[in-house]
Design a protein around this ligand. Structure first.
Ligand SMILES: *[C@@H]1O[C@H](CO)[C@@H](O)[C@H](O)[C@H]1NC(C)=O
Ligand SMILES: *[C@@H]1O[C@H](CO)[C@@H](O)[C@H](O)[C@H]1NC(C)=O
Ligand SMILES: *[C@@H]1O[C@H](CO)[C@@H](O)[C@H](O)[C@H]1NC(C)=O
Ligand SMILES: *[C@@H]1O[C@H](CO)[C@@H](O)[C@H](O)[C@H]1NC(C)=O
Ligand SMILES: *[C@@H]1O[C@H](CO)[C@@H](O)[C@H](O)[C@H]1NC(C)=O
Length: 236
């Protein structure tokens, strides 16, 4: 209706119009207000998934990205491991300005920094994980541009044994055995049904034979006999 944030009075003559015209202005103002406090500030994120389950001995990516609408200058970041309440630093670095690769100090022998300032990425790799590596990893960042406010995101690592794989194959075996048994039962039932069917057919043939040959040993014959009697009476 009116795309300009500020409308001329001539456009805003009806109530509806004034609401419609005021809306972009309101949006603009609220964005400006909130922007200073939340939208423009630094944000760190571990992405959509905040935990990973990995097998011991494997190498995992601990993801973290940052974003800031007001820009960064001497952005400080580190990765910490929550070791039962103590937070040893795994690595730390500083990004002097946007797009400039950080100088990173790594304090853990199996940690490798794989981030890139080109993609606002401060992820690390943790090589050859063991069960002791399980727990919370904190990606921490501070942008001096916004009064040194602290920002962090937590990523949880769960280490699973290769035994889980065995468990999986076990369940696969159980399921397939069960499936096989059920299949067998079905086949047996089908065979049984067929056999019964054919046996009954044979029985019926035998009955027919018996009926045609002797004609006086079961109910059918009794009925026919009665009919014969009924037919017989008018004649008599
Ligand atoms: C994982 O842990 C189990 C049990 O501690 C061990 O036997 C296995 O070798 C480990 N696997 C790797 C790849 O390190
Ligand atoms: C963690 O800390 C608590 C006390 O703070 C202690 O009782 C517990 O044994 C610790 N666990 C490990 C695995 O170090
Ligand atoms: C991870 O384990 C492999 C094989 O055991 C080894 O060659 C490699 O150096 C290890 N990497 C690190 C960073 O420890
Ligand atoms: C960050 O960088 C790593 C290593 O290059 C990559 O695997 C990962 O997908 C990147 N993450 C994002 C969110 O771009
Ligand atoms: C930010 O974290 C540092 C430790 O890295 C701490 O000394 C400081 O008090 C924190 N600032 C705020 C505002 O939480």
């Amino acid at each position: 209706m009116c795309s300009d944030p500020v409308c001329t009075t001539s456009k805003c003559n009806s109530i509806l119009n004034s609401v419609l015209c005021a809306f972009p202005l309101f949006l603009h103002l609220s964005l400006l207000l909130s922007g200073v406090w939340t939208v423009g500030g630094l944000e760190v994120s571990t992405g959509k998934v905040s935990s990973i389950e990995a097998m011991n001995g494997s190498t995992v990516l601990l993801p973290c990205t940052y974003s800031s609408c007001i820009g960064i200058k001497n952005l400080y970041f580190n990765w910490q491991y929550n070791d039962n309440g103590t937070f040893p630093k795994l690595c730390e670095g500083e990004i002097s300005m946007e797009g400039v690769e950080p100088k990173v100090n790594v304090y853990h022998e199996r940690v490798e920094f794989v981030g890139s300032s080109k993609t606002n990425n401060i992820s690390i790799l943790l090589w050859n994980i063991t069960f002791e590596d399980e727990g919370e990893y904190i990606c921490f960042a501070r942008n001096p541009k916004e009064k040194n406010r602290n920002h962090s995101a937590v990523f949880t690592l769960l280490v699973v044994d290769q035994m889980k794989e065995v468990d999986n194959t076990l369940t696969v075996i159980i399921v397939s055995v069960l499936g096989g048994v059920i299949g067998l039962v079905i086949i047996v039932m089908v065979i049984k049904a067929l056999v019964v069917h054919f046996l009954l057919k044979d029985d019926e043939k035998n009955k027919e034979c018996l009926v045609s040959s002797s004609g006086n040993d079961n109910t059918e014959n009794g009925l026919s006999g009665a009919k014969a009697d009924n037919k017989g009476t008018p004649k008599a």
